[in-house]
Design a protein around this ligand. Sequence first.
Ligand SMILES: CSC[C@H]1O[C@@H](n2cnc3c(O)ncnc32)[C@H](O)[C@@H]1O
Ligand SMILES: [Zn+2]
Length: 448
Amino acid sequence: MGQLAERRDYIMEQADTIINTRWLVPVEPSGAVLDHHALIIRAGRIAQILPQTEAKQRYQAPCIRELGNHVLIPGLVNAHTHAAMALLRGLADDLPLLSWLKEHIWPAEQIHVSAEFVQQGSELAVAEMLLGGITCFNDMYFFPEATARIAAQAGMRAVVGMIVIDLPSVYAASADEYLSRGLALHDTLRNHPLVTTALAPHAPYTVSERNLERIRILADELDVPVHIHLHETAHEIAQSIERHGVRPLARLDAIGLLSPSLIAVHMTQLEAIEMDRLAETGTHIVHCPESNLKLASGFAPVPALLERGINVALGTDGAASNNDLDMFGEMRMAALLAKGVAGDATALPAHHALHMATLAGAQALGLADRIGSLVPGKYADLVAIDLGCLSSAPVYNPISQLVYAVDRSQVSDVWVAGREAVTNGRLTSLDPTAILSQCQYWHDKIQA
Ligand SMILES: CSC[C@H]1O[C@@H](n2cnc3c(O)ncnc32)[C@H](O)[C@@H]1O
Ligand SMILES: [Zn+2]
């Protein structure tokens, strides 16, 4: 017995980083909270999660972090955004979707969007998202290669959209050109460790039937998700019935697009029979409560979707309609909205809101084997949140704190694939001063 103990001391296992944390919320199983545990990182992945006493006996590492007042959670997954639109934050507020888009956003995009705009807008968004504990985002915007470059430079995970829209832009003149630019990017990113692609038709009202069919075929060939705005407003439904005789979801169903590869964003207008069909086909939904409320579009019927076993992730949408990229805000809004609408305080409990912001997002993006929960073998995409401040005291349940009380400024450290992207509240690979001066440049140009 004594001999065995000695032997154990002798062969310590080597790790890259050991994080000792006061609380750890693995998300799987939902609602679990581990006290005084250590998370061991090796080669970018979670090697083990152990009680700290046991970890000290078994592991050594060149980097040991002591997070005495913190809760460690999986990186937040922003399942729908338009990162570069951060440069249009506050340009047009207090408007419904169609006048916001047609009278303000699309005209501004026609004049100002360029590769440089997207690069600098993405830098602003990536900085904001990392500082707020988001480690992965699903993007749909022009010049996705610029967004991909910034995410890779900052060490952030991203799924960038191979966009298609039947409107010419400075990025592409036709659907053919949108697709060929997207496919070239897909080739460039093949085997990239952090940045992957999805096909991203803008919406059923801006992409023709023929192009939606091509997208379905390509998605099967390339084995990538399809990311689309769908059933965002009552107007979208009425217009589809007028033009095509059916609701948008029925059109996509007829084309064969409803499947576990489809990421349907918004879904504020749904009938029971449509929800049954979404469940049957394994289609993923992204709920964007803040953007939907601000544009007065409505809201996804989250409890009814979850009852049917549909996977519902969370997204911020772009900063021009939200107006921030804060997944803590989305979690809280999702939980409160579900309760208010149902008249039932038990609707969408805190642990489920956290699940939507992490594992459900990973599932929607087809990344749940890599990220979304703290499980040995998954990548070490992690967020440490300091609960040692007045506004989080006392801590009866850290999950309650995360959803109902925490502010994103309490995020102290963020790791993506085991590498620190934020340390003690500071970005490791982006320069906030340079980003702010780029913002001033675009503000002055757009305001002129
Ligand atoms: C083809 S690039 C993306 C395109 O989408 C526009 N957009 C931003 N937010 C929304 C929204 O909520 N509904 C529909 N379209 C949106 C953005 O301005 C780009 O033009
Ligand atoms: Zn959107």
